[in-house]
Design a protein around this ligand. Structure first.
Ligand SMILES: *Cc1c(COP(=O)(O)O)cnc(C)c1O
Length: 454
């Protein structure tokens, strides 16, 4: 037994050379994004804020897309990431299941987000862009893009939701350490920010307002583009390095997963680990792919499939997705991240076709599972990752009851070192479970833009 590895590593040269594009293997075409007039948005409409290469990837149906050598060169700083066999957790659970996890917390920013930040920064620089703007809530995406901008010599401005800017100073300091500018949003530098401040000088800000500011600035400056950290097709494409590596690592020990789990906020790390396995599923192999979301933000499990805005204010094109309504506000009690009102159109499309599964978990149980994981495997997971751990542990316990030696794989999307305040609230008994009320969902869905979805 002891000869079996705990940590399965790949050589630097085994970093994938191509990203996998799931759009090549869909059972039916992905419905296009729509403009305010209800007509499909052409690639041209995106040219003011994205470089041509990323727009091309956004609409591509090529199965494999080459990873530029300059991007692979930066990936070498932390990739390939390790795949672990969770022996101590298996023992603690008394399960016959074999549990593996892919650990994305080894990136400099501590999560999977740099996988796409680096690619986006490079394509923008190649297109002659000198500055990037973006928004950030708690700061994970802002710090990933700051790192990527620094490595490729781009100036980055991060509009950070003001309440997070004040309450979560350490992610802000990381953004500054990597040389980016971080501003509490709403600012008075943009039309959108000034409008909000005129109405409410003490506005705490919101992700929707910060997106509006970042997009407005990028659209109005020739040298500046905008970068988004999840949801879009090209973002999920870049994240497939996770699943491609994991497959190769499992092959090395002669394993193939029965089930793959990942937390699902906008869908990027879930798509990243799951899509390369979906490719096998599309070719007839049996594998179950499970997106795990919070009960307090139950987009896939209780939302409606409809065209909705990507942001709160209604500036973005309409995206075909499961949504809780673009003005959805997660309950204040919610501490675990994954707050987005929608999900990536690619994930939603495959879920609707019955090819992916989704489960919603209550928050106290997610921290319970995260603490068990930390006490057995050592790594303190990001609260987002705890969702996947919870669902995976529940399956491992079912395996114990049924005596099933399933192979379970999950994505440990990041570490929780900057989220210890959320763990504090858990240890102090301040967290409660909160299933989002049906009436609130119904009311928000009644405010959806009136465009029929497929
Ligand atoms: C941002 C983030 C998520 C959720 O975003 P997805 O786009 O759904 O992957 C999950 N885990 C960590 C650690 C994150 O930083």
């Amino acid at each position: 037994m002891s000869a079996e590895p705990t940590k399965i590593l790949l050589d630097e040269n085994e970093i994938p050379e191509r990203w996998y594009n799931v759009a090549a293997d869909l059972p039916s075409p992905l419905p296009p994004p729509l403009g305010p007039d209800g007509k499909p948005v052409g690639p041209d409409a995106l040219a003011a804020i994205f470089p041509p290469a990323l727009i091309e990837q956004e609409v591509s149906t090529e199965r494999w897309i080459a990873i530029p050598e300059a991007v692979r060169e930066v990936y070498r700083l932390w990739r390939p990431t390790p795949l672990y066999r969770a022996r101590r957790l298996e023992q603690a659970l008394g399960t016959p299941a074999r549990i593996y996890y892919k650990y994305e917390g080894v990136s400099p920013a501590g999560s999977h987000k740099p996988n796409t930040a680096v690619a986006q920064a490079w394509y923008n620089r190649e297109a002659g862009i000198r500055r990037l703007t973006t928004e950030t809530g708690a700061g994970q995406w802002g710090s990933a893009l700051a790192l990527a901008g620094q490595l490729f010599g781009l100036d980055v401005r991060v509009y950070m939701v003001r309440v997070s800017y004040e309450q979560k100073p350490f992610r802000r300091s990381m953004i500054q350490t990597w040389g980016a500018e971080v501003l509490p949003s709403p600012t008075d530098l943009t039309e959108a920010g000034r409008r909000v401040r005129a109405e409410d000088p003490d506005s705490p800000g919101s992700l929707g307002i910060a997106i509006s500011e970042a997009v407005e600035e990028a659209a109005s400056r020739e040298d500046t583009n905008y970068a988004l950290g999840s949801v879009l097709n090209h973002v999920l494409l870049h994240q497939t390095v996770i699943g491609l590596e994991a497959k190769r690592q499992l092959e090395k020990v002669g394993e193939y997963p029965d089930m793959v789990f990942a937390p699902c906020g906008g869908g990027s790390n879930f798509g990243g680990i799951a899509f390369p396995f979906y490719a096998d599923k599309a070719a007839g192999r049996e594998v179950r792919l499970v997106a795990v979301e919070p009960e307090s933000c139950p987009t896939l499990t209780r939302g409606r499939y409809a065209y909705d805005y990507g942001d709160t204010v209604g500036l973005t094109p309409l995206l075909p997705m499961y949504t809780l309504g673009h003005d959805f506000v997660p309950p204040g009690i919610h501490a675990g991240g994954l707050r987005y009102h929608g999900d990536a159109p690619l994930v939603c499309h495959l879920y609707r076709e019955g090819l992916l599964e989704a489960v919603a978990v209550p928050q106290v149980a997610t921290f319970e599972a995260g603490v068990l994981f930390a006490r057995t495997e050592g790594i303190i997971p990001a609260p987002e990752s705890n969702h996947a751990i919870r669902a995976m542990v529940d399956e491992a316990l079912r395996c114990r009851e049924r005596g099933e030696p399933k192979v379970l794989l999950f994505n440990l999307s990041g570490h929780g070192h900057f989220d210890m305040a959320a763990y504090d609230r858990y240890f102090n008994g301040e967290l409660e479970d909160f299933a989002y009320p049906e009436e609130a969902i119904e009311a928000a869905l009644a405010r959806l833009p009136q465009v029929a979805a497929g």
